[in-house]
Design a binder for this molecule. Sequence first.
Ligand SMILES: Cc1cc2nc3c(=O)[nH]c(=O)nc-3n(C[C@H](O)[C@H](O)[C@H](O)COP(=O)(O)OP(=O)(O)OC[C@H]3O[C@@H](n4cnc5c(N)ncnc54)[C@H](O)[C@@H]3O)c2cc1C
Length: 474
Amino acid sequence: MKTTAIIGGGFSGTLAAINLVRFAQTPQQVVIINSGRPFGRGTAYGTTRREHLLNVASRNMSAFPDQPEHFFHWLRSRCEFDSIPDDQLRETFIPRQVYGDYVRGMATHYLGTHDPRSIVTCKVIEDTAIDVQSRGENGGTVILEQGSPIEAESIVLATGNQPPAGLPGARKLLNDRRYCGNPWKDWHTNLPADDQHIVILGTGLTAVDVIVTLRNKGWGGRITAISRNGMLPQRHFRGIEWPSIVPDDGQHRSLEELSKLVRQDCERLRGISQNPAITVDKLRGRTQQLWKGLTLQEKQRFLKDHSAHWNVIRHRIAGPIHDAVTDALDCGQLTILPATIQSLTAEENSIEVQVITSEGESQTVHGDMIINCTGPKARFSDSGIPLYRNLFDHGLAHPDAMDMGIAVDDHFAVLDQSDIPSKFLYAIGPILKGTLWETIAVPELRQQAMQVAQTVLEQKPITIAEPETIEYCI
Ligand SMILES: Cc1cc2nc3c(=O)[nH]c(=O)nc-3n(C[C@H](O)[C@H](O)[C@H](O)COP(=O)(O)OP(=O)(O)OC[C@H]3O[C@@H](n4cnc5c(N)ncnc54)[C@H](O)[C@@H]3O)c2cc1C
């Protein structure tokens, strides 16, 4: 019987396992190794806060590319949505906790050992994988922090989102109750008094989660959110039917050519009083292909000059979430400070955040609580994660050319130090960011989870075309 070990039990790893069960034709064993975040829910859907909503409308959140209505039909089984008409429910941004119930429920259904007729046996191990060693033609061995090694014919890396990068001075604050280095932990059980000041490092989606929770808890103190660009995510909107600016002709286009097309398209949309973000939405299905067609220098230039702008437009938030943030700004509770964070220092009465403002001036911000919502470390090779450090040391994997994750081929096989695709080691999810750019949300991850399962099962992977986006909220 063939064994597949999956490292990471968030959406990607859980769906890879579920697809192994769905498509298996011969007896298989699946072992999921997960730690850190709740199995099935992972980082995004393991939130304990009901006010955290999906940032993708429910109609586009099916876990299966071949069953686009799956999540919508599942939602219909929940009594709290009974009174919402179908067309409205499809456009609703559901609490992320509920989405976690969906994935976790499917895990129970597909991966539970209740059905004696099932030809796949599954096991979930709560442990951290710290190494993978090759067994030549026989696959590899996963080394765990605590448990016994696991031998497997195939191994899938689905380790997901990395926590925020450490900041200068943060190491000394690790035992300081006023500092939260991981915003996905329950920091909100330990809030300062209402007359105090919370400083959020970052202004992206995770910072928005924090602001919304503070509002929801009725916390009345001051909030300052600091990031280099000072830009908050934009709001979802209903757009219009609009052609994509880039024909699907497989032709290579330079960054300059693409930037020009995007600028012209945005102008056309502004000219008819439409949101220029439609241009970015219409590129969604082609983004991976366009990214792969850029040279390394072009990718680096995109990252430096355009990515911040791209992110606030592409990763938009649900209306009610945007309203909560706007209210916080309007009433003066929330201030956005465009500045580069230099260092953090613990003082007796506060934590000092030293910054250089966008005008180039040094400034010190005093916070009674600091929450780090910045992105992962800029260079993946510096992340120091034992699993990847060991994989790089053994030459079984190497960082992608952008150093944002690891290098894989078109079938998700990990490339070794000589760029040869592994015969047993695969990777899916946000760790492919440097290779694919668009690889962090469910619409892409469900495809990857299904394809990698079919590859492991030695079946010809079926790619289901994602529906053309004519409405937005993706
Ligand atoms: C706050 C937030 C909100 C989001 N909202 C949406 C949304 O509304 N819609 C959408 O489409 N996408 C959303 N996303 C994108 C999200 O990344 C994906 O939808 C998806 O959850 C990613 O799943 P994953 O399994 O790849 O990663 P993760 O969810 O990060 O799961 C990886 C799991 O592997 C574990 N792990 C890591 N390393 C090891 C190891 N060495 N050993 C054992 N276990 C390990 C982790 O602890 C974790 O449990 C959101 C992301 C975040 C962070």
